[in-house]
Design a protein around this ligand. Structure first.
Ligand SMILES: Nc1ncnc2c1ncn2[C@@H]1O[C@H](COP(=O)(O)OP(=O)(O)OP(=O)(O)O)[C@@H](O)[C@H]1O
Ligand SMILES: [Mg+2]
Length: 246
């Protein structure tokens, strides 16, 4: 395996008395899709939130291209090329697609040669291009995203990560709220990201999706790494056994 893009070493996280993660390690190589699986409450979301700067680990290390990192915020993780699409999405409902893509990173231009103003045209064009790239189509690009369906909102979140050229994309259940055609699009998009040499961490409860797109699977059980397999060398049955234990 080439040098990992991302490495998590012996990471633990507790919320007061709740030990959400204990001594979990994980690596993602360039062009590799790693699935993260496990029952409800296994610690999947907590792990990716630790990687993406939402939570500070209680102990353990995170390395990016071999360098230890300690993100104080999701913003810091984004600046280092880690884009995360959360289960709860975190779009600003009242803003347009373009404004969501640029949320916190708004492009400015100079009006009359000096006055800094928001570059709305650039935002609108980026939104249009990005959504076209994903082959997702909505009628009213400038409408607030609260007008869109769950699947369309998911596409906006993925579009934002693609637009910012993330090296590592983390997706927490990206297909859960989608219809079958949109699920297929997300899966083919993940193949595309992989072909471009990006690293992807993909959380899903859907084994079919996991087997369709991942190189490896890491299974968590009650906060502990229950096993890791190459997708080519495992079966749905074995993964389920790792998830439920016994
Ligand atoms: N902010 C928090 N405060 C306290 N406990 C938390 C917090 N976030 C998560 N937990 C606890 O940590 C454990 C792991 O939760 P987590 O959300 O990571 O699970 P998950 O694997 O993502 O589950 P799901 O498949 O249902 O999304 C659970 O016991 C949960 O109750
Ligand atoms: Mg979760």
């Amino acid at each position: 395996m080439s040098e990992p893009l991302l490495e998590v070493r012996h990471l633990s996280k507790n919320f007061g008395a709740v030990q959400a993660l204990q001594d979990v390690s994980l690596a993602v190589a360039p062009g590799e899709v790693v699935a993260l699986a496990g029952d409800n409450g296994a610690g999947k979301t907590t792990l990716i939130k630790a990687i993406s700067g939402v939570y500070r680990p209680s102990s353990g290390e995170i390395l990016l291209k071999g360098q230890p990192v300690d993100f104080g915020s999701p913003q810091e993780a984004r600046e280092q090329g880690i884009e995360t699409i959360y289960q709860d999405l975190a779009l600003a409902d009242n803003l347009s697609i373009g404004a969501n893509i640029f949320l916190g990173r708004e492009p400015m231009r100079r009006a009359f040669g000096f006055l800094p103003v928001l570059d709305r045209r650039k935002m609108a064009e980026a939104a249009k291009e990005t959504m076209a790239l994903l082959d997702f189509h909505v009628n009213r690009m400038e409408a607030p995203v609260s007008n869109f369906s769950g699947g369309q909102r998911q596409a906006v979140a993925i579009g934002r990560a693609v637009y910012w050229n993330a090296q590592i994309l983390i997706m927490d259940e990206p297909t859960a709220a989608l219809g079958v055609p949109e699920q297929r699009k997300v899966i083919s998009l993940i193949h595309q990201l992989k072909a471009q040499g990006r690293g992807v961490i993909f959380i899903s409860h859907n084994l079919q999706d996991i087997f369709a797109v991942s190189d490896r699977i890491v299974v968590l059980r009650r906060g502990v790494a229950a096993g890791e397999r190459r997708i080519a060398e495992t079966t749905h049955d074995e993964v389920v056994k790792l998830m439920v234990g016994g």
